[in-house]
Design a binder for this molecule. Structure first.
Ligand code: G3I
Length: 324
């Protein structure tokens, strides 16, 4: 029988997906599912610095605006991703020559121009993305090199200046598998609170797999929630081929394991994160065919709740189970 239940109707918090405006234009099925199933939208790539700010004096709002208009039409909350990330550095920034004052001006202008462009429309921003290494030290990046170790705090202050109402997030991955990274992020939050640096939420990307221990996921979620900040599971996907087998077949058994992992994560989020701190759960793409994972691991994988034709997989029911 046709089912009328959707993820957005079933979830007591925003349930989102990372979207690509090119797919919205090109694929009707994708567009319909994006509108029907989700109550929050994150731009997978089109608000990153190299896309939105391709030259020093030129911004390209086209992809971001397409997504924002789509989300508004569908009554969806928009989560901004991301103002500063070491993997989203435009060519002109790589070539930039200037002293520390000029670099500071560069990031301040970027952050404030983008935040102001979407003021009142984008609810929250991942201000800084992936600034820590697995060992809990600051990642060596172009930003650290030119801005110095306190740059994260200054990015948050610049964003707050540009839009006093927007929620400001720090976003990272592997908090559930790198205890030192988790500890470093929590220490940063404590330091920000001490110094009055504005921060509203933490994103746990949760690019995970069927072998990841539930205990470690629970620890990461509970410790993050204990900060009192909003908690966003911001880029959820669950790999079924963590061993990177070159010819893996998605058997019923593997898809069931994946279903259980989605259910566990969603149930944990619903029960362990206090309601007022539930920013929501965002899956990183809709269908397996659009996932970044196979390209990244150079292996077949099927990490999402929809298959490449956007048909529901067992993982979809796993999410619904977790929401019950
Ligand atoms: O559009 C070009 C295409 O013309 C070209 O043929 C193709 C060749 O590789 O590349 C295409 O661009 C790719 C783009 O995704 C669109 O698919 C880029 O190479 C590729 O680097 C880019 O990857 C994105 C990645 O971030 C880097 O920006 C992924 O889609 C996106 O899912 C991924 O998302 C990140 C989050 O922002 C932060 N957390 C980790 C997550 C996964 O890496």
């Amino acid at each position: 029988q046709p089912s009328t239940i959707t993820l957005r109707a079933a979830a007591p918090f925003p349930f989102g997906a990372a979207l690509n405006p090119n797919l919205l234009k090109a694929n009707t099925v994708y567009r319909q599912i994006a509108a029907r199933e989700f109550s929050s939208v994150t731009a997978e790539n089109h608000l990153k610095m190299h896309v939105v700010h391709p030259e020093q004096d030129r911004y390209n709002w086209s992809g971001g605006d397409t997504l924002v208009v789509f989300a508004e039409r569908n009554g969806q909350r928009i989560h901004g991703h991301t103002l500063l990330w070491h993997q989203a550095v435009p060519k002109w920034v790589r070539a930039f020559q200037g002293d520390s004052t000029a670099w500071e001006q560069l990031i301040k202008t970027h952050i404030q121009t983008v935040v102001q462009h979407y003021k009142g429309r984008i609810a929250a921003w991942d201000v800084v993305n992936e600034a820590f290494d697995e060992d809990g030290t600051l990642r060596k990046s172009i930003w650290l090199e030119h801005l110095g170790p306190d740059y994260i705090a200054r990015c948050f202050r610049y964003a707050r200046e540009a839009d006093p109402a927007v929620q400001l997030f720090y976003n990272d991955y592997n908090q559930e598998s790198s205890p030192k990274k988790l500890a470093a992020i929590l220490a940063m939050v404590a330091d920000f609170k001490n110094r009055g640096v504005p921060i509203d939420g933490i994103g746990l990307q949760m690019h995970t797999n069927t072998n990841q221990s539930d205990d470690r996921i629970e620890t990461a979620v509970r410790q993050t929630a204990a900060t009192g900040l909003r908690v966003h599971i911001s880029e959820l996907d669950v790999r079924i081929n963590p061993e990177k087998k070159p010819a893996l077949v998605p058997t019923d058994a593997l898809l069931d394991k994946q279903k259980q992992k989605f259910a566990t994560i969603v149930r944990l989020y619903k029960t362990a994160v206090p309601k007022a701190q539930q920013h929501g759960i965002t899956i990183w793409n809709i269908g397996d065919g659009d996932s970044w994972i196979p390209n990244f691991c150079q292996c077949p994988d099927y990490p999402l709740p929809f298959d490449k034709a956007y048909a529901k997989k067992p993982a979809y029911d796993g999410i619904l189970d977790g929401l019950k």
